[in-house]
Design a protein around this ligand. Sequence first.
Ligand code: C2E
Ligand code: MG
Ligand code: MG
Length: 465
Amino acid sequence: MPQAQVETDRAEELQETERLAELESYGILDTPPDARFDAITRLAAEYCGGDTALLSFADKTRVWTKSHWGSRLRELPRENSIFDMVLAAGRTLTIPDVRLCEGFSERKPHFRQRGARAVVASPVRSAAGRIVGMLSVSFHAPNPEITPEKTAMLESLAEMVTSLLELGKLRRMTVHPAVGCAGAEETADENWPTRGDLQQAVDNGELVLHFQPEVDLMSRRIVGVEALLRWQHPERGLIYPKDFIDRAEETGVILPIGDWVMAEACRQIRQWNLDDARNNSLRVFVNLSARQFLREGLADHVESLLLQSGAPSYQLGLEVTESSLMTNMSAARAVLADLRELGVSLLMDDFGTGYSSLNYLHSFPFDVLKIDRSFVGRMTEGEQPLQIVRTIIELARVLNMGVVAEGIETVEQYRLLRQMGCRYGQGYLFGKPMTAEALTELLKLPGRILPEREGMPSLSVLRTA
Ligand code: C2E
Ligand code: MG
Ligand code: MG
């Protein structure tokens, strides 16, 4: 064998060893079904109009299926699959008619038996870019329409698989803090705030709402504000939600706290409308905790608050996180439907951080998806985190949902998000959460358009109001 050939073989072998090591590091092989991956195959089939969709990973000898939609295929020998073709091509492979594809129709009897007439397969890459698997859609009818848009979507979904694999890896690496080794001073505060402290905060009027602007990234017009709770403690000063919301949730005081937040937000909407009738196009978003969300009669309660305050329902938005939906899915679905009936908008907060994002996204009637700020924060660190954000934006588009990016701190993040077609954004770059008075001043800006800062992209939509 010529020397060159030997070297090529060795290089290929090495590449394959590295590929297998990376696949191994995800610990995905032979794991049980997972709603998030199933949502991806379902989306792939639906969006491409295919009959079956598979998400499979290939080790040395077999192609193992993590999720199958419209097919029961679990595993097959690698030599009988199209994985090697995808691996060799290094990109998405489109086979418009399997009977005309020589290598395919001869070597892949399996596919023919199942009646597949056309196949499109996108590589699933590791974080380092190696092909570890594929996301494929098969069409049983002849001449399916495989548009560039559909292939692009399939590629986006394949990238989303990578981010889920990486998230799984992160989760396994999470080190839980040691319990019981805190110092005496630290433990002294552990019980603070008690139920009584929290109840007092409500009774003594120590709670305040701050507001953070949400802008249209094209025009920099303020289209909404998020109401964020603070506790103005007489001795401890201003306290942020991370230091008391969980405790409020545990003790149940979150219910009276939540009532106050909602009533105060509605009152504020009404006040801004009275200040200037043009503010009636402004939305105010309120965060709901799990317990509030599953509270009996939530929709009725919201309705009565709206009526009492005279705030129109379309100006109120509710932000719900995935964990709130998880406790009782069918109850959650009913609550969301009732709220929607009222006319309030529903927003999924912190998208991407919860366990079953994709699954919930399809089955619940959300209007808007909010990209978690951890993704936005890492966006400029490389191609991979950028792809995650791009995929989420694309996903929202396909599902006909609005999309808001949270935590925009730099001009560069702003520029990239705008380029990727993200319509709305919120973050320190446009304004930190501020008092109602400070926000009222911002609302007086002509057209509610925030001034330009150095390096910001120019406005692309003319002022309207
Ligand atoms: P969230 O709903 O995801 O709110 C966004 C958080 O990100 C806010 O923190 C906001 O101040 C912060 N943020 C916004 N832009 C930026 C940015 O550019 N950079 C950085 N580093 N941070 C940014 P905050 O106000 O401390 O609230 C934390 C969480 O507490 C909220 O997360 C929400 O889950 C919860 N929360 C706040 N108000 C309420 C409430 O009234 N009721 C309930 N149940 N939860 C609330
Ligand atoms: Mg929120
Ligand atoms: Mg959030």
